[in-house]
Design a protein around this ligand. Sequence first.
Ligand SMILES: [Zn+2]
Length: 171
Amino acid sequence: MTVSIPGFESFCNLLMEDPYSVNIITNLGSAENKAFLLVDGFLFRNNQLCIPESSLRVKIIKELHDEGHVGRDRTLQLVRDSYFWPTIRREVERYMERCRVCQVSKGKATNAGLLMPLPVPSHPWTDLSMDFVLGLPRTQRGFDSIFVVVDRKGHGFIEMVTTQSIPRLLA
Ligand SMILES: [Zn+2]
């Protein structure tokens, strides 16, 4: 019997494209990798499912953090309860720095009344904001994310399609 799981194939492909995971898989059974186990194409570290570098990591953090907008340590714990990748802490921190709900509630507690409109920049391309739209359905060419740059002077914006995860893009 074969069971078809949507997304399974691409997950396994991502795993085999992820240098960290490939390194572990090729050295399974060694003393330093004794916590890792490969089951039906999924890599586990004890009871944690290993997540290859992809927008899936941000989706998992979003899913677990956005439920109650809990703090960093609790978010980390929720993610680590079921998942593993080597840069979890960094990505949780980055996600929470960008979480609007957390920023607004933090602002209310410490900076109430201090919000000021930003001055309008005098030249184009001096004040840019960046944002990512992640987790879109893959296009035929394999892209699943958009990197949006907005120029506050009003000279439009750039859209870039990417399959890279955010840490790799910002590296
Ligand atoms: Zn939040």
